[in-house]
Write a protein that binds this ligand. Structure first.
Ligand code: ARG
Length: 471
């Protein structure tokens, strides 16, 4: 598609689309602030699809002659191929994609083109185009999320029993399995997928035929256009239909939450790939080097994914702010909806694809993960649980005894499994040799078999569930 042509208006003649009551054309500054063609040309396919459906309905209802509608529908396809072929001079004087298309249609098919706008307004036209565009992005987000989820499930499958430290407060808490950690993100991304799917379902009502705001006196068939454009039904209130941008806001809020999840995972990858952690090695395909420090391999893709939430959430706040306080029905403020959504959608899709690529290539360093899992007294809870099971100790007392054992190990500069039985018994005389069975990290994770727990057996069940769900 070609770039926006520079203004071809001389700012002296009135607009041919609406200039009947105007003696003079707009000031150049007015034209600059008013025009949306530089960005809304992205909706050309949706605009032409909507116009073709509208024209077909005008013929079917007898509002327009079949011969005019045939010329219009053919002409619209020509305009589309001209624009998609990059062979089109957009005019800023014609403001937006809707009027650029119609003006070119007039050149191609003559006066019949002037009948296309019967029983519609740019207000229902733009709402319809934008809905169609956003709807496609909801589908694209769902597809991108599913690809990412599959990559995470593959990681979980490979490492269902690899142990790693689980953290709270970013302090070693208890050992968990790699597979369990990967599947935590699968749950998060599945909720994101659900949010896009819900929003898709709710938004799928067609504004076309609401006209400017009040409906129309022409005997239109709104069911017909709704169906032709893949909507579930026509929107039931014409005022709401032209003034609603909830669908864009729902897309941006679902995108914000999804970007927040991506950002959290990206942060973990940045930490995990550092020389201090060495939990994973990220592939060269998603890393960069430093121009001065030869040893560096930087996780730039992860850092950029981490940052994407900024612009995506920014778009959400921006559009929410645009919409608040707007009286019914359409106000030109609403033209400011598109750039925010375009930018957020582009960056969300890019972030999802980059994360999928990184996860697919990522290599867990299994020995380092296991060594880290075993350090930091990570099996202290297992020890306390053993005191409860084996010595019938109340959990609070067991917690206290275990605390003393941790202190002892810390003073000796060792980990819990390195204490001798004598050391243990110096804290509590009833402790037996059996205790050493629960201090190993593999035993620890294997014991966490409660539903939703980290035990490899539970992780494998969840992997199987997700493999089935994701196909
Ligand atoms: N370019 C406009 C937009 O994006 C189209 C609708 C114009 N409607 C109007 N009444 N001026 O919102």
């Amino acid at each position: 598609m070609s770039d926006t042509g520079s203004s071809d208006s001389t700012a002296t003649s009135a607009n041919t689309m609406w200039g009947g009551r105007f003696a003079a054309g707009p000031d150049a500054i007015m034209e600059a602030i008013n025009a949306s063609i530089s960005f809304d040309q992205r909706m050309v396919r949706q605009d032409i699809e909507g116009s073709r459906a509208h024209a077909a309905m005008l013929a079917a209802t007898g509002i327009l002659r079949d011969s005019d509608v045939e010329a219009i529908r053919e002409g619209l396809l020509t305009v589309l191929s001209e624009i998609e072929g990059g062979d089109f001079a957009f005019s800023t004087a014609l403001e937006d994609i809707h009027m650029n298309v119609e003006a070119r249609l007039t050149e191609l098919v003559g006066p019949a083109a002037g009948r296309l706008h019967t029983a519609r307004s740019r207000n229902d036209q733009v709402a319809t185009d934008f809905k169609l565009w956003v709807r496609d992005q909801m589908k694209a987000a769902i597809t991108g999320l599913e690809a990412l989820m599959r990559a995470l499930v593959a990681q979980a499958d490979a490492g269902a029993d690899w142990v790693m430290p689980g953290f709270t407060h970013l302090q070693t808490a208890q050992p968990v399995t790699w597979g369990h950690h990967m599947l935590a993100y699968v749950e998060m991304f599945a909720r994101d997928r659900g949010r896009f799917a819900d929003a898709y379902h709710r938004m799928n009502e067609c504004p076309l035929g609401a006209a400017a705001l009040a409906g129309t006196s022409f005997p239109i068939d709104r069911e017909m256009t709704a169906k032709a454009l893949g909507f579930d039904r026509p929107a039931a209130n014409s005022l709401d239909a032209v003034s609603d941008r909830d669908f864009a806001l729902e897309f941006l809020s679902a995108a914000s939450i999804c970007a927040m999840h991506l950002s959290r995972f990206a942060e973990e990858l940045v930490i995990w790939s550092s020389a201090q952690f060495r939990f994973v090695s990220l592939s060269d395909r998603f890393s960069t080097g430093s121009s001065i420090m030869p040893q560096k391999k930087n996780p730039d893709a992860a850092e950029l994914i981490r940052a994407k939430i900024g612009r995506i959430f920014g778009a959400n706040v921006a559009l929410m702010t645009v919409m608040k306080g707007l009286p019914l029905a359409y106000s030109k403020d609403m033209q400011e909806d598109k750039e925010q959504v375009f930018d957020a959608a582009d960056n969300l899709m890019l972030a999802l694809a980059a994360m999928e690529g990184m996860v697919g290539d990522m290599q867990a360093r299994v020995p380092e993960l296991e060594a880290a899992a075993a350090s930091g007294f990570s099996t202290a809870t297992d020890l306390a649980d053993w005191l409860v099971h084996s010595l019938d100790m109340p959990f609070r007392d067991a917690h206290h005894v275990t605390g003393s054992l941790v202190k002892l190990a810390e003073d000796k500069g060792c980990d819990l499994p390195d204490l001798s039985l004598d050391d243990m018994q110096s804290v509590h005389g009833a402790i037996t040799d059996d205790v050493f069975g629960v201090l190993g990290v593999h035993n620890s994770v294997a014991s966490r078999t409660s539903y939703g727990g980290t035990a490899p057996v539970r992780v494998r069940e969840q992997v199987a569930r997700w493999q089935k769900l994701l196909g």
